[in-house]
Write a protein that binds this ligand. Structure first.
Ligand code: NDP
Length: 325
């Protein structure tokens, strides 16, 4: 069977993405051949494609998928053909009909987590788990600011924080997105296309600011995040949807209130099999308890990956985006 994957041999606009046939060898020792049933699209894919996060070229794309174990390489005993599994990470290459990946990166899926849900959740849900529970160690009952609250990570984060008993202030662009964030549980909404984020946060918090800000927007919201954070508060700057944050002098943190800043990547919170297993057990439990409703806002065919990227980068998406092989 001829397999196909999305590949690019030069960085640039979505047009660089091509669906190409590939010869997939049998899985090597320690590897599994994953038959991919649904693929998660993530903002990081656009950083890879555009060159912000450089990769050796030509390269595949995509770090989130769900599917079925089709074959196992020598030494793989924990997984068997036919088993449903999810993947977060493994190096870009999940925009494909099948791929070989190290067996220890694959997570068995519970029966009640559908393929599409898993594809929309593996990276994004585990990012929320890591950032909320282990990075920021958000305290139940605290008030938290979440930027891009109607996005893939954003909607999951709002729901997770609500499940912890937090008050959530969400930002998003436009009425429709604000309505989605409200549905997910956000208590206060700020349309950052028109409103002054920090002024509104100060108003909502009686002048105090918030103890924790989750900022995946980056360049465009950085100054507002600084100005909205309470004294000795924490900014978790975890992405660059509007461009990277650069050139920050440490003095700015003192001036803004002796703030803490971290720039995490989820993979540093899943350093071994035990951490990974614990993280995904927690993510799946949040879905199974009903605390997380995984919203798939749009679906594209694998061949239309470029179109999916255009939608994501033009802020036309809500919730998670998936590709169907
Ligand atoms: P989203 O679905 O959140 O899409 C990005 C959203 O950002 C847009 O919908 C848009 O919402 C908002 N945005 C604000 N300014 C811009 C801009 N100039 N261009 C484009 N979008 C803008 O994406 P994901 O859920 O995939 O990812 C969210 C963030 O989380 C990203 O920064 C990503 O890199 C990061 N991330 C980080 C991880 C880590 O380990 N550090 C892991 C996973 C994700 P609106 O229209 O409401 O402004």
């Amino acid at each position: 069977m001829t397999e196909q994957r999305i590949e690019f041999s030069a960085t640039g606009c979505p047009e660089v993405l091509r669906l190409v046939p590939i010869d997939l060898p049998p899985p090597a020792a320690g590897e599994v051949r994953l038959r991919i049933r649904a693929i998660g699209v993530n903002y990081i894919d656009t950083y890879h494609r555009g060159g912000l996060y450089p990769l050796p070229l030509p390269s595949g794309l995509g770090v989130e998928a769900a599917g079925v174990v089709e074959a196992v390489g020598a030494g793989v005993t924990a997984l068997v053909p036919g088993q449903r599994v999810g993947l977060s990470g493994g190096g870009p290459g999940s925009y494909a009909t099948a791929r070989n990946v190290p067996a220890d990166l694959l997570v068995p899926l519970p029966d009640d987590i559908a393929d599409e849900t898993a594809a929309a959740l593996m990276l994004k849900g585990s990012t929320v788990e890591a950032l909320v529970e282990r990075c920021a160690k958000v305290q139940p009952g605290s008030t938290v600011l979440v930027h891009a609250a109607a996005g893939g990570v954003g909607l999951l984060m709002v729901q997770w924080l609500k499940a912890l008993g937090c008050t959530v202030i969400g930002t998003a662009g436009g009425e429709a997105k604000l309505a989605l964030a409200r549905q997910a549980g956000a208590d206060h909404l700020i349309d950052y296309n028109h409103e002054d984020i920090a002024a509104r946060v100060r108003e909502i918090t009686g002048g105090e600011g918030v103890p924790v800000v989750f900022d995946g927007v980056g360049k465009d919201t950085w100054e507002a995040s600084l100005a909205a954070t309470a004294v000795r508060g924490l900014i978790v700057s975890f992405g660059n949807a509007s461009g990277p944050v650069t050139g920050v002098g440490l003095g700015a943190l003192a001036a803004a209130g002796s703030l803490f800043v971290t720039r995490p990547t989820v993979f540093h919170y899943q350093r071994d099999a035990a951490e990974r297993a614990a993280a995904f057990a927690r993510v799946f439990a949040m879905v199974q308890s009903g605390a997380l409703d995984v919203r798939i806002g749009q679906r594209f065919a694998l061949a239309d990956a470029a179109e999916a990227h255009r939608a994501l980068e033009s802020r036309a998406t809500t919730g998670s985006t998936i590709l169907m092989p």
